[in-house]
Structures are given as C-alpha cells and as structure tokens.
Design a protein. Structure first.
Length: 156
C-alpha cells in the first residue's frame, strides 16, 4: 500500500518550526537532532527532542519526550491533536501515535529514515510530509558524522 500524503495547512510550517527548534536544541546538546511538538486547537501543548544521549535513555525519542512534556491529557484532547516531528516516526513513536489515536501527523522529512508511515496511514492517520530541505540536510549531516550513534538510535 502506498502512503498518500495530505496537503499541508498554512499553520503547519509555523508549528514545524517549533519542532525544528527542538531538533536544533538536541543537536546543540550533543544529541540526535529530532524534535517534535504537539498542537491542540492551535496551541503548542508539548514539545520535546530526542534525548537518548543526554539522558542515557533507550526510549526518549523526540515524539515520546514531547508527549511526556504535554502531560496527562484526556482521550478527546488527543483526538483534536496534530503531532509535528522532524523525522518520519519510528515503530515505537508510531505506536504512541496509534495508542493515543492522534489523527494527524506532520513530518519534516522521510528521506533519511522511513518509519511506520504505511501502518499509520492504514490506521487512518492523516500524514503530511513537508520535505524540509533544512531537516533533510541536518539529519543527513548528522548521520554521516555520527553513524554509530545513529545506528544505535534506530536499533541496527
């Protein structure tokens, strides 16, 4: 099944910039440059970045940190949410998206890593890929200069 991407909304670029800021923050801290933010009703309710290196955590991906920072929300809140992430969501993060029934995910890119987009799409999650040149280049450069760390993050 081929994934069909929806069209971006005007606010998607603005909120992706929040996720990109988080990715830059992670990179500056010596971590993997993946950032995320959760938006409900036009407001950022959580944001985070990959902190596997900084916190020595095997599970603290950008999307997971974002959800943690958003705190406890009601199921109906997640049903109105959009998750922004600078990289295609891995199986773990896709599982969290599915668990909380987040209906819309905007990603900056999937050139450097293609996550579980097909599964998300099959489950009815609306996917938007912004194909951000900045995000593609930031990840590409990171992978080229930190291969071992990258392979550890994606468990290969």
């Amino acid at each position: 099944m081929a994934v069909k991407y929806a069209s971006a909304k005007p606010e998607d670029v603005k909120f992706m910039e929040v996720a990109m800021e988080e990715a830059r923050k992670g990179l500056a801290e010596g971590g993997i440059p993946i950032g995320s933010c959760l938006v409900i009703d036009g407001k950022v309710v959580g944001k985070g970045h990959n902190q596997r290196v900084q916190k020595e955590s095997p599970t603290l991906h950008g999307e997971i940190h974002c959800l943690e920072e958003a705190g406890r929300l009601k199921a109906k809140d997640y049903e109105r949410a959009t998750l922004y992430t600078t990289l295609s969501p891995c199986p773990m993060c896709s599982g969290a998206i599915r668990l909380f029934k987040i209906p819309r995910v905007v990603l900056a890119e999937n050139v450097n890593f293609l996550g579980d987009e097909e599964l998300l799409s099959k489950e009815g999650v609306e996917l938007i890929n912004l194909n951000s040149k900045e995000a593609i280049e930031m990840m590409k450069t990171f992978i080229e200069t930190h291969k071992e760390l990258w392979f550890e993050d994606i468990a290969i």
